[in-house]
Design a protein around this ligand. Structure first.
Ligand SMILES: Nc1ncnc2c1ncn2[C@@H]1O[C@H](COP(=O)(O)OP(=O)(O)OP(=O)(O)O)[C@@H](O)[C@H]1O
Length: 577
């Protein structure tokens, strides 16, 4: 769950004549307006000055702590009680309201208080609740219950649980019972209030895939991210970054839902409905039910009446064929899931490997920077998963092929046993329905992959906007000295990010349609009987994206952006993927 909270403009901002540039549009959407829109700059009049973002919920300047609690930490507590882990994290630039939301004030206690209170109530005061409080700032982890202690590390134990060894934990005050009449500010010895003043550093922005936060909150965890922005025109860029980052996090959460547009399978579904109707209206679809013979009778009569025997055994063929079709369909759906997961991972591995290769080329023999090590570790995890996926794909494909062979011999038997034209029609309908079911899955799969690609394009567009923003400011030439240097560095980093982000997309465009290979259609009669019988496909590769172990950039690769560079720049601060 990703939500956004916009704090009110404060007195100081109003005194400086800052104006509101972030607006809640409704319960979910936020509008960000570039203050430049109000400048009288003819050259920039045609630029896009507004951007809408959508989240699971949006809280405007008048929202209360209770409002936020009810939509975020409230529901999460129910899953904690059901045995899930949960992470709530406040995200945003300095002064955007994180501490206010998490800790609150004397009169308006924040989520930590509301959450602990609800937790004790739901647990009927039968359990103790412990509380830890940490901050991640520029990928450094600090214990906020022990702010003077040393930095902490994230470690993963053998069960895959993420731990922060050395992190303090205190018994959370049971507000409903012990603290009912006392204010938040009085809670000194229970651990919270003596860190109320220490906790004002911003978590900062970070790379979503290597960011410690995504490691803490991944896996079997319900996560709520509360992104914070100030509405002030003076903080437009911070707000832009926060909203962009938060909407990316939101995309990740929604990926599986988003990738399957409802209309993708419409034509096939309609065709299936028509064929089923036709099939069900066939009087001969199940001859034994019309004959209504007991099994004993049937054996006796079948010996004397060969045509009935034929019908009966064709019924069982048909039933087998239908059951087999259902089994094949399940396999195809499984294959589709495997393909999508592998595809997304291959794209990510590709960007990561390109960064690692470029870094290694420019820093030969050096000890890799920490961010490179993290990227390598991430790539390895992804590659291992891709290997598992490849293996299961081979198995599913083998099963599908075997199923297709059985289906084809059943089909031949059904055709041979169908004595009349009507019976032939029934067989034809059954075969056609199976084929359409397969085509429908293939179409859905294509669309899902297109969805993945579109999503990547969407993120590229938001990166492009950021790139434009920085480039424009550089071109303006108003900044000098250190400020300019800093902006130039930012420009280089964004340019790098953009380049690596686009790499998989560039390859996608040069790829052929791959899907037809992966979801074998049931072959038509002519192919099977004639000499042209389709060659058995051996193992099918993931054709679009080269595997992660292959070097993606060699010195002969050109990098053809407008500056005509031959090779991407690489910075120690690594671009995100
Ligand atoms: N929703 C809100 N309603 C009223 N005041 C708010 C709200 N959010 C923040 N403020 C006020 O804005 C100021 C900055 O907020 P806060 O200290 O929570 O920011 P922060 O993100 O924690 O900053 P830092 O990262 O620097 O610690 C504080 O004075 C706080 O009381």
């Amino acid at each position: 769950m990703v939500v956004v909270r916009i704090r009110p403009l404060n007195a100081e901002e109003k005194a400086r004549k800052n104006f509101q540039c972030v607006f809640p549009l409704d319960r979910k959407r936020v509008l960000l307006v570039d203050p430049e829109k109000f400048e009288n700059n003819i050259l920039r009049q045609n630029r896009q000055h507004e951007k809408k973002f959508e989240f699971d919920a949006t809280f405007g300047p008048n929202s209360t702590q209770e409002d936020v609690h009810q939509s975020t930490t409230g529901p999460i507590i129910d899953s904690v009680i059901q045995g899930y882990n949960a992470t709530v994290f406040a995200y945003g630039a300095t002064g955007s309201g994180k501490t206010y939301t998490m800790i609150g004030t004397k009169d308006r206690p924040g989520l930590m208080t509301l959450m602990t209170k609800t937790l004790y109530e739901k647990l009927d005061h039968q359990f103790n609740v412990n509380l830890s409080y940490l901050e991640i700032y520029n990928e450094v982890i600090r214990d906020l219950l022990n702010p003077n202690g040393s930095d902490l590390d994230l470690l993963e134990d053998e069960k895959g649980n993420i731990r922060v060894p050395g992190l303090s934990s205190v018994k959370a005050p049971n507000l409903s019972r012990e603290w009912e009449s006392r204010s938040v500010a009085d809670r000194g010895d229970e651990g919270q209030s003596d860190v109320l003043e220490e906790s004002r550093a911003a978590p900062g922005t970070g790379n979503l895939s290597t960011h410690p936060m995504s490691r803490i909150s991944g896996g079997n965890t319900r996560t709520a991210m509360i992104a914070h922005v100030t509405p002030s025109s003076a903080n437009f860029e911070e707000s832009y970054n926060t909203l962009t980052y938060a909407s990316r996090a939101n995309n990740i959460t929604n990926k599986l839902v988003k990738n399957r547009p409802a209309s993708a399978d419409q034509v096939y579904s309609e065709a299936l409905v028509r064929l089923r109707k036709e099939y069900n209206s066939q009087p001969l679809k199940n001859s034994s039910s019309t004959n209504a013979l007991t099994s004993k009778q049937s054996t006796a009569q079948e010996r004397q009446q060969p045509s009935r025997l034929t019908n009966k055994s064709n019924d069982s063929n048909k039933q087998q064929y239908i059951a087999l079709g259902e089994k094949q369909q399940k396999l195809r759906e499984k294959l589709m899931d495997v393909n999508q997961e592998a595809y997304a991972m291959e794209m990510s591995i590709m960007s990561k490997s390109a960064i690692i290769n470029a870094w290694e080329k420019y820093n030969q023999g050096d000890k890799p920077a920490e961010s490179i090590e993290l990227l390598k570790a991430d790539s390895n995890v992804l590659s291992t998963r891709v290997a598992v996926l490849r293996e299961s794909r081979t198995k599913i494909e083998r099963a599908l092929r075997k199923g297709a062979e059985t289906a084809s011999s059943l089909e031949s038997r059904m055709r041979a046993l169908a004595a009349t034209n009507e019976q032939q029609d029934v067989v034809r309908l059954l075969v056609r329905m199976s084929a359409i079911e397969a085509e429908k899955t293939a179409a859905l799969n294509d669309l899902a992959i297109q969805g993945l690609i579109m999503e990547k394009k969407d993120t590229s567009i938001s990166k492009l906007q950021k790139y434009e923003l920085v480039a424009d400011r550089l071109i303006d030439g108003k900044l000098e000295g250190n400020d300019r240097k800093k902006l130039e560095e930012e420009y280089r980093v964004i340019k790098n990010q953009f380049h690596y982000h686009l790499l998989p997309l560039k390859n996608v465009q040069s790829g052929a349609s791959w899907n037809s290979l992966l979801l074998p259609k049931i072959q038509g009669n002519e192919e099977r009987n004639g000499t042209k019988r389709a060659k058995k496909r051996d193992s099918v590769q993931l054709p679009l994206i080269p595997s992660g172990s292959k070097p993606f950039l060699s010195s002969s690769d050109s990098y053809d952006d407008s500056c005509g560079e031959r090779y991407p720049e690489i910075d120690v601060r690594l671009p995100e993927i």
